[in-house]
Design a binder for this molecule. Structure first.
Ligand SMILES: [Zn+2]
Length: 500
């Protein structure tokens, strides 16, 4: 009896994988091929091996995926199963066998023995690299997916190539990053709003725009993508991998198309699962589809409360944990939230000319809906009104882009050794390390009592970004005060109550 095993991977939701070993045992006996998890695969692999000229002995062949509870059968495991059977049959030289057991294999096998491309290969490769895999064998036709650095790739056409593996290669491609066009100059925006947009884009701080309809809230929201710093290669790879889940089969050419930060605008009728993902098999939600991009919630008060609650975990952890059967998966969900809202049900509350017809109770209820699940996770609240400023005198788009670029570079140095990239992503436990508090700052923080701890942390992170935009090394009280000034929800709510 001879045993052999090779390495492969199964998707674990998003851009993570579970590494599994495809095992094979050959023993003398009745000639039958068995695999409990996937019977049809064995017939296919056997036919393909014969087609490629391998001698099939009169013996029992048993294949198995280990660990078995996590291993759902999939055709992308074919190559690995076939390779371990060949090793167990001693059909390959000792040298080839040694090489095969060290590498991760992903490929479907056609009856002709051809190795076919697998679906969502980029997501599998990203997950495998995260799990420490350094060498991978893929179908020759999957060459365009081999865009990850840090991995050695071997491309094969058919199962015959396993006799003598071609030399490995490293990635020669990189993704082209697309930057959206900024067209803020023609919008008449208040200085306050422009400043808030700068802070949000430079430090990845979530934002809520409140104001009457017709003030261009949604247009401004879409412009935020153009202000954000460009994607880096790793972020772009994750975006492209997640896009791969949207289409059933990504054409080989699509991987070379430019990548942009995603912008997702879910409808307010979205269910909690549609927002956060889940189900069996696991599907990605809006939070993951907006990964490394912007999630726009237009008219926040109209959204289902449970759907907003589903966004709380990703807003603080940039990921969503879902469990499926015995296994659990972590879905990536590092999005920048941008919400918009009217100031009352009719929308005219706070308007200089139009009259609001809502009664105080209606306004109160409306604000309670916005105020509930997400408000203390939103760093910047901005009141949007029609600007009377002459745009010639205001801050220009070029000025904003330059300030954001500077602030991004400072953060790049600061977070060089971290897994996060922006001030808005500093974990709560490490706030003091990155934002030391002087006695002057403590006084300001004392004056902000009454706001939740989470809200104060958001203000501290935004203050770090304001200091970076101003080119200041240390965060000072003035930065903290400016960060705290983006706070209008509570004030509007109180006004609504008092006008009763
Ligand atoms: Zn109203």
């Amino acid at each position: 009896m001879k045993y052999a095993s090779t390495l492969t991977a199964i998707p674990a939701g998003g851009v993570d994988v579970i590494l599994v070993r495809a095992e094979a045992v050959v023993r003398r006996g009745i000639p039958r091929w068995e695999m409990a998890a996937n019977k049809t695969a064995m017939e296919r692999i056997r036919a393909a091996l014969v087609q490629c000229g391998y001698a099939i002995p009169f013996a029992t062949v048993i294949a198995h995926l280990s660990p078995s509870q996590s291993a759902r059968p999939g055709s992308h495991l074919d190559l690995s199963i076939a390779a371990s059977i060949l090793c167990a049959l001693d059909a390959l030289s000792a040298h080839s066998q040694q090489k095969l057991t060290e590498q991760l294999m992903l490929g479907e096998i056609a009856l002709s023995g051809e190795v076919l491309p697998v679906r969502n290969c980029l997501a599998l490769l990203l997950g495998a690299r995260r799990r420490g895999v350094e060498r991978v064998i893929l179908s020759e036709r999957q060459r365009s997916d081999a865009v990850l650095s840090g991995i050695e790739y071997t491309f094969i056409k058919t199962l015959s190539c396993l006799r003598n593996l071609p030399p490995s290669e490293t990635s020669r491609h990189s993704l082209t990053i697309q930057k959206p066009e900024l067209s803020l100059n023609h919008l008449n925006l208040s200085t306050d709003l422009k400043r808030a947009l700068c802070i949000s884009a430079a430090g990845w701080h979530s934002m809520l725009l409140i104001g009457p309809p017709g003030t261009g809230k949604s247009t401004v929201a879409r412009q935020l993508a153009a202000l954000l710093p460009p994607l880096n290669q790793d972020e772009a790879l994750e975006v492209r991998a997640i896009e791969g889940f949207e289409t059933s089969q990504t054409p080989a050419s699509a991987i070379q198309e430019p990548v942009a930060r995603p912008i997702r605008i879910p409808h307010h009728s979205a269910t909690p699962v549609a927002m956060s993902g889940g189900g069996n098999p696991i599907r990605l939600g809006e939070a993951s589809r907006a990964h490394n991009g912007i999630l726009i919630l237009d008219e926040l008060a109209e959204f289902n409360r449970a759907a907003l609650q589903a966004l709380r975990e990703p807003m603080s952890q940039a990921a969503i944990h879902v469990s499926r059967n015995a296994a659990s998966a972590v879905l990536p969900a590092n999005f920048l939230l941008l919400a918009t809202s009217n100031a009352c049900p009719c929308g005219n509350h706070g308007h200089t000319e139009l009259k609001c017809n809502c009664n105080p109770l209606q306004i109160q209820n409306y604000f309670n809906r916005i105020y509930g699940p997400l408000s203390d996770r939103i760093a910047l609240e901005v009141l949007v009104t029609r600007s009377l400023e002459n745009q010639e005198n205001g801050i220009s788009a070029e000025f904003m882009l330059n300030a954001i670029k500077r602030a991004t570079e400072v953060q790049q140095t600061r977070f060089a050794k971290e897994t996060f990239r922006f001030n808005g992503q500093i974990p709560t436990a490490r706030l003091l390390e990155f934002i030391p508090q002087s006695s002057e700052m403590k006084n300001v923080l004392d004056s902000l009592r009454g706001r939740t701890q989470r809200k104060l942390h958001g203000i501290l992170r935004a203050a770090r970004t304001i200091a970076d935009l101003d080119g200041a090394e240390d965060v000072r009280a003035v930065h903290l005060l400016e960060a705290a000034s983006f706070f209008c929800l509570e004030l509007l709510r109180v006004n609504g109550r008092e006008s009763a």
